[in-house]
Write a protein that binds this ligand. Structure first.
Ligand SMILES: Nc1ncnc2c1ncn2[C@@H]1O[C@H](COP(=O)(O)OP(=O)(O)OP(=O)(O)O)[C@@H](O)[C@H]1O
Ligand SMILES: [Mg+2]
Length: 303
């Protein structure tokens, strides 16, 4: 095996995504001022159609929302297709997509930008939100509740009628480019009172609900993404559905589509289905011995 981080990922599709993410990161760390706008945005264009299987009318709704540049919130449990959907929509609309994974150490400067010191003195570097607003990209703030509330409020002037981003430290007011749109993702199950979006943030967004797809659609997705047959994929989805019924009865979270794809990918690589399900489905989701037994027996029902 080559000593290359990308070769350790589980599927060609994931490998391609990891490469694209690494390229985006490298592009983001390049100084904005020396490149021209179309060069900057070219890095964020999605060149190949991402595989996305529509579940309901989310594609049409998103297109309508984009046409009026409504900020959009994608709500739903982990691993149900939110990130894939926004990648697909950006590709479909032909707009660059700048993704920011939010975390609690993130500051407003990480989004907006900061002055950097280099040999020539100080120079301003736009953050990802400023790049998106200035040049016209879709800015996707993933898991936005992870960011502190004082960080989140920097998106407020961009998400109301003003569509502006003040760069206070620089003394500049960016008027958002006509193509700019902001999208956030949000997992409604995870919020505590301390960690939730303020109403004044929530009420600036339209929201699309995501959930695990219906049986046949989910099987189609699992088969496509992992390379297993539709029959095997259907069995995996049955196991997923059984486990989802245990949410709130010993399991904190349902088994995601992503986990089913992991299991399928192992099976497609020749791993025995029982072992694949143990590794990819049962062991990660619970440490409780009784719950593990219950899930293991659900697996043996189908394999
Ligand atoms: N409707 C769908 N069409 C195509 N692929 C899908 C769909 N739903 C889920 N997937 C698959 O499931 C995987 C996980 O989805 P994704 O990464 O988009 O989840 P997410 O909702 O963004 O999760 P998280 O909240 O953890 O970031 C994707 O890589 C994709 O392979
Ligand atoms: Mg995601």
């Amino acid at each position: 095996m080559r000593n290359d981080t990308f070769m350790r990922t589980y599927s060609p599709r994931q490998e391609a995504l990891a490469r694209a993410a690494a390229q985006q990161q490298a592009a983001a760390s390049r100084p904005a001022s020396t490149a021209n706008p179309s060069d900057i945005l070219a890095q964020y264009l999605i060149k190949q159609e991402p595989y996305y299987r529509p579940v309901a009318d989310e594609v049409e709704l998103y297109e309508a929302a984009y046409s009026v540049r409504m900020p959009i919130m994608l709500k739903g449990p982990t691993g149900c297709g939110k990130t894939r959907f926004v990648e697909y929509m950006a590709w479909r609309l032909g707009k660059p997509l700048i993704t920011v994974a939010c975390n609690e150490d993130m500051t407003a400067s990480d989004l907006v930008g900061r002055f950097l010191l280099d040999a020539g003195g100080t120079r301003w570097q736009d953050g990802p939100l400023a790049v998106a607003a200035r040049y016209g990209a879709i800015c996707y703030l993933d898991e936005v509740v992870e960011a502190r509330q004082d960080t989140t409020v920097v998106i407020h002037p961009l998400t109301d009628a003003r569509r502006m981003l003040p760069l206070e430290k620089k003394g500049e007011l960016i008027e958002a480019h006509p193509d700019f749109q902001i999208v956030i993702s949000y997992n409604p199950g995870y919020q505590s009172l301390m960690k939730d979006l303020k109403q004044s943030t929530k009420q600036r967004f339209g929201a699309l609900d995501f959930n695990y797809p219906a049986h046949d659609i989910e099987a189609e997705i699992v088969a496509h993404e992992s390379g297993v047959s539709l029959e095997v994929a259907k069995n995996l989805v049955h196991i997923g559905e059984r486990a989802r019924n245990l949410k709130g009865h010993g399991l904190d979270e349902g088994l995601s589509t992503r986990m089913l794809i992991y299991a399928g990918s192992l099976i497609a690589k020749g791993v025995a289905p029982l072992a694949a399900c143990r590794v990819a489905l049962v062991r990660p989701i619970t440490d409780d011995p009784d719950m593990r037994d219950a899930l293991d027996s659900a697996v043996t029902t189908y394999f």
